[in-house]
Design a protein around this ligand. Structure first.
Ligand code: MEV
Length: 313
């Protein structure tokens, strides 16, 4: 084993969250400018993690980091190095628990770092299989979308159980991302939707399918460079997500502010009940106006993603 680094980035789900857990399609983008790196260095001492989320011995990590502990232990066993000491440094520009994929991004960078440290080639299906080890610990039933996107180079069309595919994005258009400042807990939100489906399948299964249909229409809008139609589908998905109780007052306030400022559509992104929202803007001036409106409406942070970035890799 030698020192090695692995990288990943933030992700934004454009459309399809929650429904993707139940087999519906989703579209998500890697945000390459918001990066995470994991650097593993072999030592003669204990197994130690340094990060803004958790610092200390691997063995003492508490939930929600126990998923990563499990992943690292299994990786070391796989490399026949279960007792190997190391320092694992995680450097992340991703806010934790805000729907930007921090847990999946952590897992991806760690897997890449350990494979690098043991000079072992790593293909995409193997990478995503490993990521499922820790993602399962977060909410039991992960679709795999977060891992697929935080490890991708381009926007992804994703259906659970199938290989993710790159999807074309128009070269004009902007997504403004805003953080409510409230923690969104994926486990709780996914559990809530599972409960709804268990209790009233007849009522909520059509809502899941409605989100799936919005994702398919969004894909058509992307292929036709039709930002107006895309915005409409984002809002359709938000209405369905709100019906399932995964929005929040803070998200609703930011979504309303973005629409008032000229966004073509807006919705929560990720698991919801807090976390981040996104708004689609046709041009730079509108994106700027949306950022200002979101800041006035109380956003804790904003980021602007230029669709030109999706091709400029
Ligand atoms: C969380 O980022 C996305 C969800 O759809 C859960 C999943 O896909 O595993 C809510």
């Amino acid at each position: 084993m030698h020192q090695a680094k692995g990288a990943s980035c933030a992700k934004i789900i454009l459309i399809g969250e929650h429904a993707v857990v139940y087999g519906q399609p989703a579209i998500a983008l890697p945000i390459k400018s918001i990066k995470l790196t994991a650097t593993v260095t072999p030592t003669a001492g204990p197994q130690v993690i340094h990060s803004t989320f958790y610092s200390g011995r691997l063995a003492a990590a508490q939930p929600p980091f126990t998923g990563l502990t499990k992943l690292i232990k299994q990786l070391l066993t796989f490399f026949s190095a279960a007792q190997q000491g190391f320092d694992l440094m995680i450097d992340s520009a991703l806010p934790a628990e805000r729907g930007m994929g921090s847990s999946a991004a952590c897992a991806i960078a760690i897997i890449r770092a350990f494979y690098g440290a043991f000079d072992t080639p790593l293909d995409r299906p193997t990478l995503l299989n490993w990521a499922a080890v820790s993602e399962k610990a977060i909410h039991g039933n992960p679709s795999g979308l977060d891992a697929a996107t935080t490890s991708a180079e381009r926007p992804q069309w994703f259906i659970r159980g199938e290989a993710p595919k790159p999807i074309h994005f128009p070269t004009r258009g902007f997504l403004v991302i805003a953080d409510t400042g409230e923690i969104g807990q994926t486990g709780a939100a996914v559990g809530h939707v599972a409960d709804l489906l268990r209790r009233d399948h007849t009522k909520f299964q059509p809502v899941i399918e409605h989100i799936g249909s919005a994702s398919r229409k969004a894909a058509v809008a992307l292929a036709q460079d039709d930002l107006k139609a895309l915005g409409t589908q984002l809002t359709v998905a938000q209405t369905a997500l709100a019906q399932m109780g995964v929005s929040a007052a803070s998200l609703d306030r930011l979504i309303e502010a973005a629409i008032q400022a000229g966004a073509l559509g807006a919705k929560l992104t990720g698991s919801g009940q807090g976390g981040c929202m996104i708004a689609l803007a046709a041009d730079h001036a509108t994106a700027h106006a949306v950022v200002q409106a979101l800041t006035v409406a109380g956003a804790a942070a904003t980021w602007t993603y230029d669709f030109a970035e999706s091709e400029a890799l």
